[in-house]
Design a protein around this ligand. Structure first.
Ligand SMILES: [Zn+2]
Length: 285
């Protein structure tokens, strides 16, 4: 079986040497991965990985947690990265209402910068600017949405359809929104976090999504699954456990089991959906 990791952060320093992490993922059955930048600080690392490895599909975007750290030239920097890699997508972008309720030290730890997270109005403006860029350049978009479904729907409804659609990574929204998000061009990916018993309802929501819109992801180094689904235990400097892209095949076997279909079928479907949505491989890219 060959697996397509629709969302991770291979460049994250918590994962250590990205070449080693990529090599072990390829050896464990991952055929390609979408590596998402989160801000001006990590876009060069994502670009470097994409230039060295054809299995890396880069995405460049300003994550809502990083929105307040952007420089006055962030849009130009973003466009510069998108121009330099023909298989690049736009992401990780999105909206996050959860972060607005977190204590200041937790926000800083998550990378919001010393001024704290950007207020929702500012997050919306930053997202709109990125969607404009994706529309103009015809790019697939990877979106993060946490406790901000109302504002996200308003943004998506308020514009024409994105030419390549969008992926809601680690979809945690309600089942009632699925039909409209599908109509607006949404794809949905499931991570190993859904294997935790307290997240079991997400599997039920996922079953309601048309299978042509299904993807699976690790979101490495985050979204750690329960221990039984980890084949590659790893820790960040400091000792905190992290999730690796190489865990995807085992995680996906768990997801297939919960979804009630053979792992081979989930692999084939998500591989085909991933290739189609992200336009991979691109000849000459
Ligand atoms: Zn992410």
């Amino acid at each position: 079986m060959r697996w397509f990791d629709a969302h991770n952060h291979l460049q994250d320093p918590r994962l250590g040497d990205p070449t080693r992490r990529l090599t072990e993922a390829l050896a464990s059955g991952v055929e390609a991965m979408v590596v998402n930048g989160t801000g001006e600080g990590d876009w060069p690392a994502v670009l470097g990985l994409a230039q060295r490895f054809p299995e890396v599909i880069p995405a460049f975007g300003l994550h809502p947690w990083r929105a307040s750290t952007r420089s006055p030239v962030w849009r130009e920097e973003l466009e510069g990265c998108l121009v330099r890699c023909s298989r690049a997508g736009l992401g990780e972008a999105g909206l996050d209402g959860w972060i607005l309720d977190q204590p200041a030290d937790r926000c800083l730890e998550l990378g919001t910068g010393p001024s704290g997270p950007a207020p929702m109005e500012e997050q919306i403006a930053v997202l709109r600017a990125q969607l404009d860029l994706a529309e103009a350049r015809g790019l697939p978009v990877s979106l993060h949405c946490l406790r901000a479904w109302g504002p996200l729907l308003a943004v998506l409804r308020g514009r024409g359809p994105l030419p390549r659609g969008f992926l809601l990574h680690s979809y945690g929204g309600p089942a009632e929104l699925v039909a409209e998000l599908v109509r607006l061009g949404g794809h949905f990916s499931l991570s190993g976090h859904s294997l935790h018993p307290r997240k079991a309802h997400q599997i039920g929501v996922f079953r309601a999504i048309p299978r042509a819109r299904w993807l699976v992801e690790t979101d490495a180094p985050d979204q750690l699954p329960p221990a039984e689904w980890i084949t590659h235990p790893a820790a960040a400097p400091g000792g905190r456990p992290v999730n690796c892209p190489a865990n995807l095949p085992r995680i996906a076997v768990g997801l297939a089991d919960r979804l009630g279909l053979p792992a081979e079928e989930l692999a084939a479907r998500c591989e085909a959906n991933g290739r189609r949505f992200f336009g991979w491989p691109v000849s000459g890219a």
